[in-house]
Write a protein that binds this ligand. Structure first.
Ligand SMILES: Cc1cc2nc3c(=O)[nH]c(=O)nc-3n(C[C@H](O)[C@H](O)[C@H](O)COP(=O)(O)O)c2cc1C
Length: 221
């Protein structure tokens, strides 16, 4: 950011929402690709709305990002417990999700945990390679007061087991219907600041770690 840009961003501070002036005045210049996983199949979910909002932030920062929703997981093709079977629709979905340098999961809290479809998706990923050395970040969101803290921490254990690189910054959007709208973003100042930080720093984290995964792919090919 040049000196004039900095002056302008100061001038606009307080007039336009924080995420907008950040995005206008900072391009991260990173060659990294992030997939944002809306981690539920519930139609009309807040998870998908937040995922789209996060993608917009990445667009503005000049970082390549794509939203993938678990609404599109081919659940009908796994009925009956087809673990380990070669299922073309599942393979295609998995490849789409994993073709990235970093995965950002947006996780709602369902019954004190993460949605069942998220575990089902993970149980059909190739073992052990899928998450190995893959940078993964977590945004929790819930109607309740704990912002999906329980769900995220439980999913961190699963991703840790699968040898992912867990990004240490996490965000928990509490009472999500009150503090978030697609039009206005996050109204809670602290949560908005934490989300800005996670979005930017996760992009740098994926960039720094992507060599590891490429090297690994080279070894196993
Ligand atoms: C099956 C189910 C279980 C839920 N359990 C919880 C819960 O344990 N704690 C909570 O704060 N909200 C719970 N909620 C409400 C969600 O937090 C709420 O739907 C919120 O919008 C986030 O989910 P969404 O991304 O599906 O919209 C539950 C919702 C569903 C559909």
């Amino acid at each position: 950011m040049g000196r004039n840009d900095f002056k302008l961003s100061k001038l606009f501070r307080g007039i336009i929402p924080k995420h907008k002036y950040y995005s206008k005045f900072q391009n991260l210049n990173l060659m990294t690709r992030i997939h944002i996983l809306s981690s539920t199949d519930r139609p009309g979910s807040m998870a998908l709305k937040i995922s789209e909002f996060v993608k917009k932030q990445y667009d503005d920062l000049g970082v390549e990002a794509e939203v993938i929703s678990l609404e599109d997981f081919p659940i009908q093709d796994v009925a009956g417990g087809k673990y380990g079977a070669d299922i073309p629709s599942v393979k295609a979905f998995n490849e789409q999700v994993l073709d990235c340098d970093g995965l950002l999961m947006v996780i709602p809290e369902y019954n004190g945990s993460y949605p069942g479809i998220l575990k089902l998706f993970i149980d059909y990923l190739p073992f052990p390679a899928a998450f190995d050395k893959l940078p993964i970040a977590f945004i929790g969101e819930a109607a309740g007061a704990f912002g999906s803290l329980r769900a995220v921490e439980q999913m961190q254990m699963v991703c840790n087991y699968r040898n992912a690189y867990l990004f240490p910054e996490r965000v928990f959007l509490q009472r999500v219907h009150k503090i978030f709208s697609p039009e206005n973003g996050i109204s809670d100042e602290l949560q908005a600041k934490l989300l800005d930080s996670l979005i930017k720093n996760f992009a740098s984290f994926t960039e720094r770690n992507k060599g590891e995964r490429e090297r690994k792919a080279g070894v196993t090919a």
